[in-house]
Design a protein. Structure first.
Length: 102
């Protein structure tokens, strides 16, 4: 008599898939993929936080943070950033499709 139990692999997949979806969503929306400091012609305490969609500028002495900064360093034109802008949302879609199909 065949068992009607759900295979353990499917249960593990259904548990890990939402975890992966949450982590991918967090990584996609994170404002800070890298931090750049000691930029010429900028105060010493300024840190630039560069994500795949936005650039923020923060003064460490006052903790004032301004997002939506102009891309003066050509960050968004770099190939790894362009690739990430395409792959991260694609990963979210594929994960959602996998959850729906499972």
């Amino acid at each position: 008599v065949p068992s009607m139990r759900t295979p353990a692999e499917m249960i593990v997949g259904l548990v890990l898939c939402p975890c992966g979806l949450l982590l991918t969503l967090t990584g996609t929306l994170a404002p800070s993929w890298r931090q750049v400091s000691l930029v010429p012609d900028q105060p010493m305490d300024v840190v630039w936080e560069q994500g795949i969609w936005d650039i923020c500028r923060e003064r460490q002495s006052t903790h004032d943070r301004l997002c939506g900064q102009a891309d003066g360093l050509g960050y968004f034109e770099q190939v790894p950033v362009r690739v990430a802008q395409g792959l991260m949302p694609s990963s979210l879609v594929v994960t959602l499709v996998g959850l729906v199909v499972a």
